[in-house]
Design a protein around this ligand. Structure first.
Ligand SMILES: NC(=O)c1ccc[n+]([C@@H]2O[C@H](COP(=O)([O-])OP(=O)(O)OC[C@H]3O[C@@H](n4cnc5c(N)ncnc54)[C@H](O)[C@@H]3O)[C@@H](O)[C@H]2O)c1
Length: 439
């Protein structure tokens, strides 16, 4: 026996979801304010042009598993679970227009006022984190006089379909994400997606809402990156297709999770220099490459976030753990940690620095020249003894990968810790005040 589903919004996401749920054996009632879409779906025709939709809608109509109506109350009363797939377009300012989500929530709330059974409401539209819990749930509560989590549940289940292959993407998604306030609320969704392949993540509603945005942001960054790189190649007389093919074959560093965890700014002797060289060449070629040109400013902003996090504590005695741009190296050239120290010194902070890989005596060449130019008195700030650096510190800044045991015994309870590098939770010392800058 399938579930009984009402589904609001018969656009791309809604009509594909309706047809696919019906195809999987559930009883679906589609709801839309557009009479034309309702009439089409209710008579067995697809309201959108999309591969396999005509076939699935006709099949579901024939087996009486798919209906459509403009009567939202009847649809909710006749179902166990409601999906909301209405549009969330941009207003002129770019702000998200949530009026359709709000309106449907009012309608579902009005229907639930008349319903005595528990009901599950699942938002599928793309919405900013907090929308399900701070807009949808309270609106339903206000209209129904019932309580979220007690009389009805709200969940968030983003959709990852692409127009053109929407049915195939629905039936074989990259993953299924189920956001809830209470895992027990997910029982009907687990049942619905039981046969859908791929990993299912059960998480909070806010995480589920955000993953959808992060996915789309990343896709947009990838398209922008590929197009700017291709444009550069074309103007440099290099075969873009060859470059892309070879670049993509590296699944260790390029097409991989590498560099994708929030942490600290990049630095070192390569990335900043190479970005500058490429964007400078772009300018010589009269090319505008806004994405690539934005990367150094973005990185500088991130260093500033680290500095602001320290200054916000109002404390001035700082221990900086880590000086080189990466743990396990003594390369100080363009190290963002060095920039943080320089800024803090400029703000009048007393800074002591520890780095087990950096010994001034051993530094030579451009590396030594760099640090002596940027922080001429680095010699008097640097120590190889972590205990000595931490002794009088009010704020401890973690700027390098560090073992928990190295730090845990030396920290005092009133020291604030700011972790720039996003240490693995197993490596973090337990202390009352521990904060990151982007996690
Ligand atoms: N199009 C995609 O490929 C895609 C993929 C993933 C997620 N999304 C997201 O899913 C949501 C829906 O996108 P879409 O492309 O299907 O939108 P759409 O504009 O194609 O369809 C939205 C439908 O909602 C209907 N609607 C509006 N108010 C209503 C109400 N009060 N009651 C019932 N129906 C109502 C509209 O008449 C329309 O048919 C958006 O948040 C979008 O960002 C879209």
């Amino acid at each position: 026996m399938g579930l009984s589903i009402s589904l609001f919004g018969l656009g791309y996401v809604g009509s594909v979801s309706a047809a696919c749920f019906a195809h999987m054996g559930h009883k679906v009632t589609g709801v839309d304010i557009s009479k034309a879409k309702v009439e089409m779906l209710d008579s067995g025709r697809s309201p959108i042009i999309e591969a396999r939709m005509e076939e699935l809608v006709a099949e579901a109509n024939k087996s009486c598993r798919l209906h459509a109506t403009t009567d939202s109350i009847a649809a909710v009363l006749g179902s166990d679970i409601s999906f909301v797939c209405v549009g969330t377009p941009s207003l002129r300012s770019g702000k998200l227009d949530l009026s359709h989500v709000e309106h449907v929530s009012e309608e579902i709330g009005a229907a639930l006022k008349q319903k005595n059974m528990f009901h599950t409401v699942v938002l599928r539209s793309t919405v900013l984190p907090g929308t399900t819990e701070d807009l949808m749930a309270p609106t339903i509560e206000k209209m129904s006089g019932k309580r979220a989590g007690v009389d009805f549940a709200v969940c968030y289940n983003p959709e990852f379909m692409r127009e053109g292959s929407a049915v195939a993407d629905f039936l074989q998604p990259p993953y299924t994400i189920l956001g809830s306030q209470n895992a027990q609320h997910l029982a009907p969704l687990r049942e619905l997606y039981r046969e859908i392949p791929g990993t299912t993540f059960e998480t909070t509603i806010r995480v589920a809402e955000m993953v959808k945005y992060v996915s789309n942001l990343f896709h947009a960054v990838k398209v922008g990156f590929a197009n700017e790189v291709g444009t550069l190649c074309k103007h440099l007389g290099v075969e873009a297709d060859q470059v892309t093919k070879i670049f993509m074959s590296d699944t260790k560093l390029n097409i991989s999770p590498a560099y994708l965890s929030p942490g600290f700014a990049f630095g070192g002797s390569c990335l900043p220099k190479d970005l500058r060289a490429i964007t400078h060449r772009g300018k010589e070629l009269d090319l505008e490459l806004p994405l690539l040109e934005s990367l150094i400013p973005s990185n500088t902003k991130h260093v500033e976030r680290g500095v602001e996090a320290v200054l916000r504590t109002g404390k001035r005695k700082i221990a900086m753990l880590g000086l080189s741009f990466k743990a396990g190296t003594d390369d100080l050239r363009e190290s963002p940690q060095v920039q943080v120290i320089k800024r803090l010194l400029g703000e009048g902070c007393q800074v002591r620095v520890w780095d087990k890989d950096v010994s001034l005596g051993r530094l030579a060449g451009s590396n030594r020249q760099y640090i002596e130019e940027v922080i001429p008195r680095i010699g008097s700030l640097l120590s190889a003894e972590m205990a000595e650096v931490l002794r009088d510190a009010e704020v401890v800044v973690i700027g390098t990968k560090i073992e928990k045991s190295e730090l845990a015994n030396l920290l005092t309870p009133n020291q604030k810790v700011i972790d720039l590098v996003n240490l693995d939770p197993n490596r973090r010392p337990e202390t009352a005040s521990y904060e990151g800058i982007c996690w």
